[in-house]
Design a protein around this ligand. Sequence first.
Ligand SMILES: [Zn+2]
Ligand SMILES: [Zn+2]
Length: 344
Amino acid sequence: MDGSGAALVRRTLPVVEPKAGEVLVEVAGCGLCHTDLSFLYQGVRTRQAPPLVLGHEISGVVTAIGAGVDAALFNTPVVIPAVLPCGECDLCRAGRRSICRSQVMPGNDRHGGFASHVVLPARYFCPVPAEVLRTHELWELSVVADAVSTPFTAIKRSGLATGELAVCIGVGGIGVYGVQVAAAAGARVIALDISDTKLEQASTAGAHTTLNLKGLDIKDVRKQVRGLAEKLGAGPHCWKIFEMSGTKAGQETAYALLGFGATLAVVGFTMDKVEICLSNLMAYDAVAQGNWGADPLDYPDLLQWIGAGRLTVRPYVERHALSEINQVFDDAHHGRLLKRAVMV
Ligand SMILES: [Zn+2]
Ligand SMILES: [Zn+2]
């Protein structure tokens, strides 16, 4: 990305030797995220000024290690968390790793994964267990870095428990994993979207019921979701609502669904602003939360869920050659992709 908003260009960059604590990774796959689109199309600034290689959803094999890195990482298949904390600061020590102010986000703080190789700090890399590679190829697991782990952390933080109602709004690239994680956590899951195809996919992923929001006004939506919740045997209170569309309409819907004791988790990202009555949080004794990426310490659990067959990424990713990246960005920008695009 050169910062002008123009298409991505292919460049040959010098090979960088990993410094102390860093490793060189041969990229197996790098997923395309909404955040990449906002960098390219919506003028959201990357923390390192362009020209910059985007891409923060990376899996690959470690091919060189810098000083002080555990030698066991050499030649190991890894998933690279989208947010790499320093591990030393006050926030990290307080367990708030995902907001570490010295964090490194590939494709934002420095060159990312839409490349043949990437050099990054290795401290929180997550080695991929052998049993996961029996059902998945390494490139597919790139989406664990963000698309799967971000809703995983949101759901974990919301305290979603067996039998509770999870309302998943926007069940595309990220939302479909949110649905899977919520269902695997034992919740009753309602998927909301404006695309029948995405809703069908959400059903396959474990949603117990779905609702197409197209043409419905907010009152209809509230009424219908209440009816569906009742049918699923969930009460009208303490819903866990996950906004994963990253759209203004999705956020408005999510907020309008707040009721007594509800939790609203903002997982999707948009620059658009919404007008809300913030006092509803107080009136409903409700909670609104957000999470910047995921806690790297959640990744081993997540990979274990995949290894044990509780979660799968394979049906929801599609492989593209890195040379097609501009077409894939354009398709993603115009909502033409059903599955998460992984550049290989
Ligand atoms: Zn992302
Ligand atoms: Zn830190």
